[in-house]
Write a protein of this length. Structure first.
Length: 114
């Protein structure tokens, strides 16, 4: 659990630095740790298939929360996004593009938002 928490902090820094390859690595590690901790039966076949669809085109993927959806990152750009959309369509999943915006909250490492 400590590593999962550290991944969140490292992910925030990667976002701030626009280091999308590092962010992709951290996202994949997050999912892999959760899968290792809880097992495939708890994670669920559909959730695993969503992550595998993203990873099949080199995108990173992790849960958005407790499952039922994933967020995918395509560090290689628009061509990879198009491959992701096709892979997801072929697997029966819907893709909703999002745009990351800066937080309006003044976040600091010593002052989390909760």
């Amino acid at each position: 659990m400590e590593e999962v928490a550290r991944l969140a902090l490292d992910g925030r820094k990667a976002l701030q630095d626009k280091n999308y390859r590092e962010l992709a690595r951290l996202m994949n590690r997050n999912f892999d740790l959760r899968r290792q901790m809880f097992g495939d039966d708890v994670i669920g076949t559909v959730n695993i298939k969503m992550v595998e669809a993203a990873r099949s085109v080199g995108a990173a993927a992790k849960f958005t929360g407790s499952g039922g959806a994933v967020v995918a990152l395509c560090p290689d750009g628009e061509a990879q996004v198009l491959l992701l959309e096709k892979a997801c369509r072929d697997a029966g999943f819907l893709v909703q593009r999002i745009q990351v915006a800066p937080s309006p909250l003044p976040l600091t490492e010593g002052n989390p938002p909760f």
